[in-house]
Write a protein that binds this ligand. Structure first.
Ligand SMILES: NC(=O)c1ccc[n+]([C@@H]2O[C@H](COP(=O)([O-])OP(=O)(O)OC[C@H]3O[C@@H](n4cnc5c(N)ncnc54)[C@H](OP(=O)(O)O)[C@@H]3O)[C@@H](O)[C@H]2O)c1
Length: 250
């Protein structure tokens, strides 16, 4: 158990739980107990708050999370889908009250969605917070050329589709460049996309659906891109409106 790092997430309270006055502490502890039961473990390494909860005081959440760390059920806490200012506020509260601070941010970040670069990357780097981005491969778009129809998921995953449809033209030019760099080094597009993200982030979350996908992700660790490659991959990006959880959660 000590050789692997296990992370899992919890959702904010449901509307029904709020109406039934389930406290933040009971909700969060209940969620973690259910995860530990499912995993057959007595602790996880990182417990991640899935998205900012606008209906629960931040203080209640930080106190509940701290009690789980003190109880030994999780070693660290992280957060996902949050703005830099929210993490700064929560961690400042924790520091002032001798509570546990967030050590990681799981943001939505990849070569064709780089809005984390506005504030989060710099905030995280300056405050020793690990960037552990999700959708590192844009749900597969950064692993294959546009028009490659070999993925059932690309056709069926409507939520992912909705996130990329408005910027598809610009995205395709960037994806084409990923392909060019992959040809140059005789590696996969997955390797290039993840190697680029590893120049910014600590540990991307990679959605593997097949065993060989793990090998593809691991190979990226040894691929070192030059600063010219990085510039070439980044050059065509222009800011995108927020989409997905960050746009929907308010
Ligand atoms: N915090 C959040 O709000 C949030 C939101 C979304 C996701 N996530 C997390 O992030 C994980 C991944 O999300 P995602 O699916 O959007 O991520 P992703 O890593 O961007 O995309 C995964 C897709 O990329 C393709 N792929 C992966 N490895 C590959 C390889 N080595 N070679 C070729 N293709 C490869 C697969 O496509 P095919 O299946 O088509 O082959 C796979 O479905 C989820 O499981 C979840 O834990 C978190």
């Amino acid at each position: 158990r000590g050789d692997v790092v296990i992370a899992t997430k919890f959702l904010p309270r449901t509307e029904e739980e709020r109406q039934n006055k389930v406290s933040a502490r009971d909700h969060i502890e209940g969620s973690l107990n259910a995860s530990l039961n499912n995993l057959g473990m007595d602790y996880v390494d990182l417990y991640i708050y899935h998205m900012w909860d606008y209906h629960t005081p931040m203080e209640d959440i930080m106190e509940a999370l701290d009690s789980l760390v003190k109880a030994g059920k999780t070693r660290y806490i992280g957060i996902s889908n949050a703005y830099a200012y929210q993490i700064a506020t929560a961690n400042a509260y924790a520091r002032a009250h001798n509570l546990t601070e967030f050590v990681s941010i799981q943001g939505y970040y990849n070569l064709i969605f780089r809005e984390e670069e506005r504030e989060m990357n710099r905030f995280a780097n300056e405050n020793n917070i690990a960037l552990t981005p999700y959708s590192a491969l844009a749900s597969g778009r950064l692993s294959r050329l546009p028009g490659d129809n070999s993925s059932q998921r690309m056709n069926l995953d409507n939520f992912a589709k909705s996130k990329y449809q408005d910027t598809a033209d610009q995205d395709q030019e960037i994806i084409q460049r990923v392909h060019e760099i992959a040809e140059k080094y005789q590696v996969t597009m997955t390797g290039v996309s993840l190697a680029w993200l590893l120049t910014k982030a600590t540990a991307p979350v990679v959605g593997a659906t097949k065993v060989h996908h793990i090998d593809g992700a691991v190979a990226a660790v040894n691929l070192k891109l030059t600063s010219e490659d990085v510039h070439y991959l980044e050059e065509l990006y222009s800011p995108h409106p927020l989409v997905g959880v960050m746009a929907d959660n308010n």
